[in-house]
Write a protein that binds this ligand. Structure first.
Ligand SMILES: C[S@@+](CC[C@H](N)C(=O)[O-])C[C@H]1O[C@@H](n2cnc3c(N)ncnc32)[C@H](O)[C@@H]1O
Length: 351
């Protein structure tokens, strides 16, 4: 035989790895496993577990590269120390928890979503979108999870794109402020506005205060569908993981309003996990696309060419793509707003 089913074993048992990680995060294994590490007995005693499942969980984490074994002690691997110990700057555990507690029940009904073309993570007979629900549990798990997913990507964006000449950034649907906090840390002269729904702004303001950036980052509560105008006074607008939640027509409405809120020469940055233009992948974008099926009514992970088309239709003359080595975005699509007088005589607006 020229092929073997190892890849299929890995795909079909992906849940084993995902649940092992989620339970390890829930029991905060990785804080215990820093320093001198832990034995199975110490872990069992610390979390009031029997030694059999305690040992199985630690061994599972070791098999996944999250713990390293030294004699009878388990130590957090570099990956776990960097991203899975609560309180670390790029802590990823809140995203793991968000998927595990909030999203995976909906993924278990993926077949239903494929048949009905309706989301399965939340009850679409009761609400219009996942953002209609301001209940405290959803707010806490969703936006903490988004911050956790986005913060490393925000650093990657700060490295991939030069914000040195930017004075005021508008973070449209800025959520947990992962991008504004990280960009303001990387660019000390930058000031920013997070524009998001009122109940999101309440908790985001707390996070900005914790980061010590309340003097440079302001939250403005609003709704980009209901509001006629978005806040002005910015030279760059960022939309990270926002447009994948909506249909093509809704995205054009949002981008038209964003462009109208910027001056001539202002820039719109779209950060997304872009699908290849021929929609053949890549896998992270293609699977996030299915996440949009179970989470949204009309959202999708779009190809870069589609964002480029909408940006041009919103009045951007120059549009470029900048690769980003992030987990929630693999590229920025950047459009520069050019109003007719600014573009100069004879320049046609292209679609
Ligand atoms: C998937 S999250 C992305 C958050 C953030 N940009 C990030 O990358 O971490 C989408 C954001 O859009 C916000 N949003 C949804 N509908 C909105 C609306 N009508 N007006 C303003 N913001 C909205 C949500 O509250 C949420 O924070």
């Amino acid at each position: 035989m020229t092929v073997a089913p190892f890849a299929l074993m890995q795909l079909s048992s992906g849940l084993f790895a995902s649940k092992t990680l989620a339970v390890a995060v829930q029991l905060d294994v990785f804080s215990l496993a820093t320093g001198d590490g832990i034995t199975v007995e110490e872990f069992a005693a610390a979390r009031e577990l029997r030694t059999r499942p305690a040992g199985m969980l630690l061994t599972g984490c070791a098999g996944l590269g999250l713990l390293e074994k030294d004699g009878d002690r388990f130590l957090a691997s570099p990956l776990a120390r960097e991203f899975l110990v609560p309180g670390t700057r790029y802590y990823f555990g809140d995203f793991v928890t968000m998927l595990d507690e909030r999203v995976y029940a909906g993924w278990m009904r993926l077949a239903e979503a494929v048949h009905t073309d309706a989301p399965t993570v939340w009850d679409s007979t009761q609400r219009d979108s996942l953002f209609d629900d301001a209940d405290p549990v959803t707010v806490r798990t969703f936006w903490r999870g988004m911050h956790s997913l986005s913060t490393y990507t925000a650093r990657a964006v700060a490295e991939a794109y030069d914000f040195g000449s930017v004075r005021r950034l508008l973070d449209v649907g800025g959520g947990g402020a992962a991008f504004t906090i990280e960009l303001c840390r990387a660019y000390p002269r930058l000031e920013a506005t997070v524009y998001d729904l009122p109940f999101v702004c309440e908790q985001t303001a707390e996070r900005i205060a914790e980061a010590g950036l309340s003097d440079r980052i302001t939250c403005v509560a609003g709704d980009f569908f209901a509001d006629e105008k978005l806040p002005g006074g910015h030279d760059v607008a960022l939309l990270s993981s926002v447009l994948h939640d909506w249909s093509a027509a809704e995205n054009q409405v949002i981008l038209d309003k964003v462009a109208a809120a910027l001056p001539d020469g202002g820039r719109i940055l779209v950060a997304e996990l872009l699908m290849d233009d021929d929609e053949s992948g890549p896998a992270p974008a293609a699977l996030f696309n299915l996440l949009m099926l179970v989470e949204t009514r009309h959202g999708r992970n779009y190809a870069g060419a589609e964002y480029e088309r909408w940006l041009r239709a919103a009045g951007c003359a120059a549009v470029e793509r900048v690769p980003v080595a992030g987990v929630s975005a693999n590229a920025l699509v950047v459009g520069t707003v050019a109003r007719p007088a600014y573009r100069g005589a004879g320049t046609q607006r292209s679609m």
